[in-house]
Design a protein around this ligand. Structure first.
Ligand code: SF4
Ligand code: SF4
Length: 176
């Protein structure tokens, strides 16, 4: 049986953060690259968690749109790792059976982790290619953006050989 506790308590436990320290200076939200697509933004999400407002948080796209870029965490004067908080909120949403309000987000997460486990590192070209095929999205949809990213070196065709790749692969194998 799933024990429902106060949302902020559960988030603090899972993320090892203290969302109650937030005094809503808005610095995190001001630097978030995807806030324009969010309904609330990171500082508002933290406030809602301290008020135990589960439904609006889990029914919004915000926790699924968070790219985990850590911009917010680097800006927070209270040292709150908001990316970890968002991650915890996603874990709770999944555990409590809330459907992801962003299409194909579970598929993307699974493919990302699959590539990470196989290569020992992320690889944008492989992940995007797999996502396009598995999500049945038209291949040509994102071509202009893809070309721009490729020309800026953001989507290398071959994965760079990293020393940490082997231990990362081992970690994935051992976790099975
Ligand atoms: S930067 Fe930190 S203290 Fe400021 S609103 Fe965001 S989480 Fe709260
Ligand atoms: S980690 Fe998420 S919430 Fe924080 S700035 Fe990046 S996208 Fe926004």
């Amino acid at each position: 049986m799933l024990l429902i506790t106060h949302l902020a308590t559960e988030v603090d436990r899972l993320s090892d953060q203290q969302v109650e320290l937030c005094y809503h200076c808005h610095k995190c939200t001001a630097g978030c690259p995807v806030v324009g697509a969010m309904a609330y933004g990171p500082d508002h999400i933290l406030r809602m968690a301290t008020l135990d407002q589960r439904e609006p948080i889990f029914q919004s796209k915000d926790i699924w749109l968070c790219a985990g870029c850590y911009t917010c965490a680097t800006r927070c004067p209270n040292g709150i790792d908001i990316a970890a908080v968002m991650d915890s909120l996603r874990q709770i949403a999944v555990a409590e059976g809330y459907p992801a309000s962003e299409a194909d987000v579970f598929l993307f997460h699974r493919l990302f982790l699959g590539v990470l486990g196989r290569l020992g590192r992320s690889h944008e070209a492989v992940t995007l290619g797999l996502f396009k095929v598995r999500s049945h999205q038209p291949l040509m949809n994102d071509i202009p953006a893809g070309i721009g990213l490729f020309l800026r070196g953001k989507i290398p065709l071959l994965p760079e050989n990293l020393r940490v790749a082997r231990p990362v692969r081992k970690m994935f194998e051992e976790s099975k």
